[in-house]
Structure formats: C-alpha cells, structure tokens
Design a protein around this ligand. Structure first.
Ligand code: AP5
Ligand code: ZN
Length: 217
C-alpha cells in the first residue's frame, strides 16, 4: 500500500505510523525524522533545515522534495510506503503526483488524523523522544517511561524537541492550517481521503486507522 498520513503537529502521526508500517509491512518515511537525522549528523542539509524547523516553518520545497524522492526510491519502498509529514503543501503534493506518475504507481489512501487543538498542544508539551531512535516516543503523562528521562526500549536518553516550545508550536499550528490543510481538499478531489479521530488510547486509534484503510472511508 502507498499511504500519506496527514494531521496537525502532535496528532500522533509518528506514533501511529510506526505501528501501521509494522502491521502493513511497509517502510515508515518521515521527512521530520529524516531532517532530524541530518541535524544530528551535522550535514549541510541538517544545518539548513534546522533554522526553519526551530522557527516552526516549512523547510524549502526544493530540498524537501529531493530528500523525500531519494528516500522513496530506496529498494525497501518499492512495494509501498507510509509517508508521514510529506507532502505538506499543495506544491509538494503536485511534485509527489508527478513522481508517482513517472513510476506508473498511485496512492491508495490519504489518512487524515483529526484532533482538537487543546489536545495536540498537551501532547506536544509532554512529548519526550529517544536520542538513539526517533521511533521511541513517550509522553510524560499519557505514556511515561518506567524511569524518567530513559527510553524503555533501548536505554537511550529522552529529550524534548527544540521545536516543541510553546511559541514554536503556535507557529507550527498556523503553518498547518494555512499550508498543509489545503492538501486534504486536493486529495479529496482524487477520492483518496479517509478521516478518523485521533482521540482515545493509541491502540484504539491504530485499530480505527486499519479499519478505515480497509473500508476506504
Ligand atoms: P514533523 O517531525 O513532521 O512534526 P509535526 O508534523 O509537527 O508532527 P509531530 O512530530 O510534532 O507530531 P506527530 O503527529 O508525529 O505526533 P507524535 O506521534 O509524536 O516536522 C517537524 C518540522 O520539520 C516541521 O515543522 C518542518 O519545519 C520540517 N518538515 C518536516 N516535513 C516537512 C515537509 N514535508 N516540508 C517542509 N518542512 C518539513 O505524538 C505526539 C505526543 O502525543 C507524543 O508524546 C505521543 O506519545 C503522544 N500521543 C500520541 N498518540 C496519543 C494518544 N492516542 N493518546 C495520548 N497521547 C498520544
Ligand atoms: Zn530508544
């Protein structure tokens, strides 16, 4: 399957993408994680991306599209993929369509995760991420690690993302409404959008997502 995951910052895209990718046996491709990996390796791309990410703005399309294309062309993505955080505006969606068309393939679904603003703000404020593996995500109240500051899965150090400050979150939400939400209309016109509520326990949301992907609504 080829799936795009969309939803406001903090809705639980990364949390759900890890689980869905495992169940559907497709790679989880997160442009946010790819940028963060570049930042920790201190690459040129990482240095460029950091200034935009810290401000809560989108990294320029040109470098983002090139990076996403490169990742989608890796052998493990041949049979399908779950895109998390890409596309993030209409021009990225158009670029993705062009790329898929060249390859003669199509998206199967765009899974839209809905969550109210006060909830996503709470989720982001309490999020802690593992330095060793960005798929290891915790929340100080909703899914606390057994030992404070230490990843249950690998013992890595848990940290708070630089862009999770209150001020940056406000900008990220605004960017989501003005630039990213329009892609839902873009994909709705292609009949691809399935919308689910991202509220409730993590496993329940995963079940809802799998059901929606199966039934197409
Ligand atoms: P990115 O990394 O994509 O961040 P985001 O979209 O803001 O999403 P988040 O990672 O904040 O949240 P999430 O929905 O994944 O939630 P999570 O599962 O962690 O992008 C970061 C930046 O990179 C962008 O601002 C931009 O600068 C740049 N960028 C990335 N892609 C780009 C692109 N295509 N173009 C240009 N720039 C790009 O969950 C959040 C918390 O809630 C966690 O603590 C989790 O434990 C908890 N939680 C999850 N589910 C539940 C639940 N059901 N109940 C209770 N708690 C829950
Ligand atoms: Zn870890």
């Amino acid at each position: 399957m080829r799936i795009v995951l969309v939803g406001p910052p903090g809705a639980g895209k990364g949390t759900q993408a890890t689980r869905l990718a495992e169940k559907l046996r497709i790679p989880h491709i997160s442009t946010g994680d790819l940028f963060r990996a570049n930042i920790s390796r201190q690459t040129e791309l990482g240095k460029l991306a950091k200034s935009y990410m810290d401000a809560g703005n989108l990294v320029p399309d040109e470098v983002t599209i090139a990076m996403a294309k490169d990742r989608m062309e890796q052998p493990d993505a041949e049979g399908g993929f779950l895109l998390d955080g890409f596309p993030r505006n209409v021009s990225q969606a158009e670029a993705l369509d062009e790329l898929l068309q060249t390859e003669g393939i199509k998206l199967d679904a765009v899974l839209d995760l809905e969550a109210p603003e006060d909830e996503v703000v709470k989720r982001i404020a309490g999020r802690r991420v593992c330095r060793k593996d960005s798929a290891h995500v915790f929340h100080v109240t909703y899914s606390p690690p057994k030992q404070e500051g230490v990843c249950d899965a690998c013992g890595g150090e848990l940290y708070q993302r630089d862009d999770d400050s209150e001020e940056t979150v406000r900008t990220r939400l605004e960017v989501y409404h003005t630039q990213t939400e329009p892609i839902i209309g873009y994909y709705r016109a292609q009949g691809l959008v399935v919308t689910i509520s991202a509220m409730g326990p993590v496993d329940e949301v995963t079940g809802r997502a799998l059901e929606a992907l199966k039934s197409g609504k």
